[in-house]
Design a protein around this ligand. Sequence first.
Ligand SMILES: C[S@@+](CC[C@H](N)C(=O)[O-])C[C@H]1O[C@@H](n2cnc3c(N)ncnc32)[C@H](O)[C@@H]1O
Length: 340
Amino acid sequence: MATAPEVASEQDLHGLDEAAATATAPRAPNVRMLISLEDDVQERLMNRQIEADNDVDSALGDDDACPNDDDANEQLDIGHHIYLMLLDNKLFLAPIGPDPLKVLDIGTGTGIWAIDFADQYPSALVIGTDLSPIQPTYVPPNLQFEIDDAASEWTFPKNSFDFIHVRGLFGSLRDWPAFYRQVYDHLKPGGYYEQLECSVCCHADDDSTPEGSPLRRWGQLFTLAGERMGKPTDVLDRQRQWLVDGGFEGVVEERFKMPTGLWPSAKTERGRKMKEIGKWRLAEVETGAEGWALALMTRVLGMTYAEVQAFLVEMRKAWRDKRVHGYTPVSVVYGRKPMR
Ligand SMILES: C[S@@+](CC[C@H](N)C(=O)[O-])C[C@H]1O[C@@H](n2cnc3c(N)ncnc32)[C@H](O)[C@@H]1O
């Protein structure tokens, strides 16, 4: 059995040279340092006849870190349930008032948030946009989906939306301040913007995810992949300031902890809620992890299919280990376009 190589330090991760920092670069040493494989697992996986590239290609959109196959879509719908639990059954936190007329959900995915919103606000026209056409056909009559790249020039009329919503766009955009300028321009004066983002890094309030553990390495690898794509993954830590800098007023941030696994104690009411969230989050990561990891770790970090699968074996063990008290930080930020 191989011993785990040392994990790259933060400094190593950020000290990539120019040549290594390209999406097409072959495996760079710092990626090798972040993965540790058990020989027997690797050999078993190497021997499987898998059309790895085909699997990855069919699951990925062009220039998009998000896979869009069945597992990915199911994972998004599980995620919706988790976010509802985190937000105490609310679809959003911004005080938008009872009668929004026009609402935009950017990067709508399966459209599950937009569908619920359209049902709750039947007098609103709701538009969901995405790069991928994965939205259902039978939807509320006040909802429409459009294929649109949020990073391109928007064609919607300016000053037209009462509410613009984003959930889970980290790792998808290169120029966030430019994105917020478009959001600002397309909101009506007094209209609200809200964004929910989660971290790619797993945290624990004790020492159960030490440096070198699979959960730590997961966050480091995804952060590195985001840096190499030029699409930051640490949006949750920056979105509040981006909104303030973008001229939004009354900017509010709320933070949440989203546990993974069955480790939370169910002795208190809050503990029971956390345990329920942890159970669903375990289902979410186990459904989505292969798609997320294959997409980024093979294409962007140059790992092999077998290496990614072996790493996922370690990840699944950690997520299911009740001694590992891991959670994912979540940030919800909202702000208003000034009336003037
Ligand atoms: C993590 S999913 C979140 C989906 C949905 N917001 C939810 O919470 O269920 C991110 C979505 O953003 C979409 N996306 C990524 N880049 C985009 C872009 N530039 N313009 C529009 N949608 C984009 C992806 O196709 C994917 O469906």
